[in-house]
Design a binder for this molecule. Structure first.
Ligand code: HEC
Ligand code: HEC
Ligand code: HEC
Ligand code: HEC
Ligand code: HEC
Length: 196
């Protein structure tokens, strides 16, 4: 008896884990924004919606380089020498400025080193920031759930085809295929353009 019952029990445990992972993944979709811990609580919502500051005023490298870039402390201080100077989070900003230190923002979107993603090409093709990064203008704290997920891999394994999570290879390829089929673009599908 012993060995067979053991295997049966193991099977049940594995099945339970699979069901749990599948259910927790479905209940999470669409991926909820997960707040990240930043040195200063910077509200995109206030700056973009209330004060109508353009994304590219702060992320000004996006149209001309691989990176979107983050604004310098000096750029923030252009407004904050006066605006909100008494607010606690703005005071933190002024302290970095006085010490001449950059703000150690925590990076959220990060591809592995062996991939090549140029912002410039996507802006030239008129892909909106929000298509890839979500409704940033509504976020009080920027957050995103990105990269491969075990639950997606398992669902793919059993033949279901969940939408690939942002920043995975499937996500890039899906959009490139769709764009090339519907718009007159030549988004790369060959390995070496994205991996070199
Ligand atoms: C074009 C002007 C402008 C720029 C540039 C700007 N801000 Fe602001 N920011 C404002 C205004 C206006 C407020 C509202 C101040 C108030 O409520 O008195 C504000 C509010 C804030 C607040 C306070 C939010 C709160 O309610 O506690 C923080 C923190 C902040 N900004 C950080 C930054 C950082 C960091 C940068 C640079 C990445 C930056 N700001 C760039 C105009 C600007
Ligand atoms: C006033 C300056 C300012 C404006 C305007 C602004 N951002 Fe940001 N953005 C920041 C700062 C500072 C950070 C880093 C802190 C954070 O993640 O909240 C950031 C972070 C981000 C990130 C995450 C970077 C990472 O670590 O992966 C994205 C994506 C982003 N912004 C997109 C946008 C989009 C889209 C818009 C326009 C709808 C926009 N931003 C407008 C200042 C700005
Ligand atoms: C086609 C999808 C796509 C679009 C469109 C896009 N991004 Fe990104 N963004 C990414 C990816 C992927 C990364 C991670 C890149 C890496 O790690 O090399 C990223 C990273 C970032 C970062 C952090 C790293 C950096 O490059 O500085 C910021 C900030 C950012 N994006 C802002 C923006 C803004 C602002 C816009 C619109 C002007 C925009 N993005 C448009 C996909 C996109
Ligand atoms: C449009 C861009 C793009 C193209 C084309 C592309 N890849 Fe990728 N690939 C990525 C990105 C982004 C990642 C990192 C995210 C991930 O692991 O899903 C990646 C990850 C990988 C990985 C690592 C997977 C892992 O689990 O760590 C391998 C291996 C790979 N690619 C091989 C290939 C091969 C082979 C081709 C050609 C048939 C190819 N890629 C075409 C964007 C691309
Ligand atoms: C929402 C759609 C979308 C997503 C998501 C997307 N791309 Fe693209 N990509 C495009 C379009 C559109 C073009 C431009 C094609 C053209 O100019 O003909 C492009 C072009 C490119 C190019 C060619 C650059 C050049 O100089 O010609 C590279 C490399 C690239 N993408 C990599 C990636 C990688 C890596 C990812 C995933 C991390 C990704 N893309 C995600 C739509 C997308």
């Amino acid at each position: 008896m012993g060995a067979r019952a053991g295997v049966g029990a193991l099977g049940l445990v594995l099945l339970a884990i699979l069901v749990f992972l599948a259910v927790s993944s479905w209940s999470r979709q669409p991926a909820a924004a997960k707040p990240s811990i930043q040195p200063i609580n910077f509200p995109h919502s206030l700056h973009v919606q209330t004060y109508k500051i353009d994304c590219q005023y702060c992320h000004s490298d996006a149209r001309r380089s691989e990176y979107a870039g983050l604004p310098s402390v000096a750029r923030c201080m252009g407004c904050h020498k006066i605006a909100g100077a008494a607010l606690p989070e703005v005071k933190k900003l002024a302290e970095y400025y006085a010490r001449g230190e950059p703000i150690p923002w925590v990076r959220v979107n990060k591809l592995p080193e062996f991939t090549y993603f140029p912002h410039k090409a996507h802006l030239r093709a008129n892909v909106k920031c929000q298509t890839c990064h979500g409704p940033v203008e509504t976020m009080t704290t920027f957050g995103a759930v990105t990269g491969p997920r075990l639950t997606n891999d398992l669902l793919n394994l059993v033949g279901l085809r969940p939408a690939p999570p942002p920043l995975t290879m499937g996500w890039c390829i899906d959009c490139h295929r769709r764009q090339n089929a519907t718009a007159d673009t030549h988004a790369p599908l060959d390995c070496v353009t994205c991996h070199h």
